[in-house]
Design a protein around this ligand. Structure first.
Ligand SMILES: Cc1cc2nc3c(=O)[nH]c(=O)nc-3n(C[C@H](O)[C@H](O)[C@H](O)COP(=O)(O)OP(=O)(O)OC[C@H]3O[C@@H](n4cnc5c(N)ncnc54)[C@H](O)[C@@H]3O)c2cc1C
Length: 279
């Protein structure tokens, strides 16, 4: 029983109905949900991409964002109805590669905003976040990937690890050392790198806890990126990264405990075990 629907006003119900019919018509035709959390097969990606692009055209990927940058310009209630209706479809999760978007809104130039935000919010592009490295996870300031300024742009070299992406990327949002003499945290820059640029390669990274994970090692070997790939100042990378990580991992002003979720998962697993041992 869905209590939210029972309490909904006529106006909300009517909007939900419109959204639901739209979703039913456009939903991706995936014969079965891929198991695990791995990279999606090409045909599933293509099918979900079609749906993403259709959603983006409606402004429904980021329904509360301004229309000028590809959002829907909607207030929170219709936005949450859209999100609930997407969730009902149980399509592969589409929103794990969007953390860079607020940072681009704040620090990107007008040209960069046009180039990266519109396609992302219209569902046409995917960006992976390339922060972590084999020796640099919690201690992000230990990043060793370098970006050396040349007359043509920046030459980037290094290895990134644990990089998540179920969908093939169009860009890499990359943290790199831009000065060999400045102190840590004042020596980093952030670059938006075209994924098809020569010198970038990826390989799946096997983790201990699952066989079909979606983490990748990403290798950057003499990757020459244009000057306008740098987002923000040459030494502003730490500040930009921290702002993103504050949202991703950090200090929420108010937070409810997750204990209830954990308890219900434990309860479910207990019941599953009992069901399995009874059968
Ligand atoms: C499923 C998954 C997806 C990920 N996706 C991405 C991605 O898309 N992009 C990306 O850039 N990164 C990604 N990461 C990497 C993630 O950001 C790092 O795993 C995380 O920052 C922790 O780093 P680490 O794994 O190197 O652990 P470590 O930094 O080695 O930490 C290991 C343990 O030591 C503790 N520890 C470390 N330093 C200290 C200290 N100074 N004092 C006390 N305790 C300490 C930590 O709390 C932790 O318990 C992903 C990781 C996972 C597991």
């Amino acid at each position: 029983m869905d209590f939210r629907e029972q309490e909904e006003s006529q106006e909300r119900k009517a909007f939900r109905q419109i959204v639901r019919e739209w979703m039913e018509y456009h939903k991706p035709q995936i014969s079965s949900q891929p198991s695990g959390n791995g990279r999606l097969p090409a045909e599933t990606q293509a099918e979900v991409r079609k749906f993403r692009v259709a959603l983006g055209k409606q402004g429904w990927i980021a329904p509360t964002y301004p229309k000028e940058i590809g959002g829907g310009g909607l207030p929170p209630v219709p936005a949450s109805i859209i999100q609930e209706e997407i969730r009902r479809l149980a399509v592969p999760f589409m929103g794990d590669n969007d953390r860079w978007i607020p940072a681009m809104m704040l620090w990107g130039t007008n040209e960069q905003r046009r180039k990266y935000l519109l396609p992302a919010l219209r569902g046409e592009s995917i960006t992976w976040q390339l922060f972590s490295e084999p020796q640099s996870g919690s201690d992000l300031a230990e990043v060793r990937t370098t970006a050396v300024e040349t007359s043509d742009g920046y030459l980037i070299n290094g290895q990134k690890a644990y990089i998540t992406g179920r969908f093939d990327p169009d860009q890499y949002w990359t943290l790199a050392v831009t000065s060999s003499d400045r102190p840590q945290k004042t020596n980093l820059g952030i670059f938006m790198i075209d994924a098809s640029i020569p010198g970038v390669s990826t390989e799946p990274q096997r983790l201990l806890n699952w066989d079909h994970g979606n983490e990748q090692n990403v290798f950057l070997e003499n990757v020459l990126v244009p000057k306008n790939s740098l987002v923000g100042g040459l030494y502003q990378g730490w500040e930009i990264a921290q702002t993103i990580l504050e949202g991703e991992r950090g200090g929420f002003a108010f937070r409810m405990s997750d204990d209830g979720t954990m308890e219900s998962i434990m309860e479910f697993l207990k019941e599953e075990r009992e069901r399995n041992s009874a059968s």
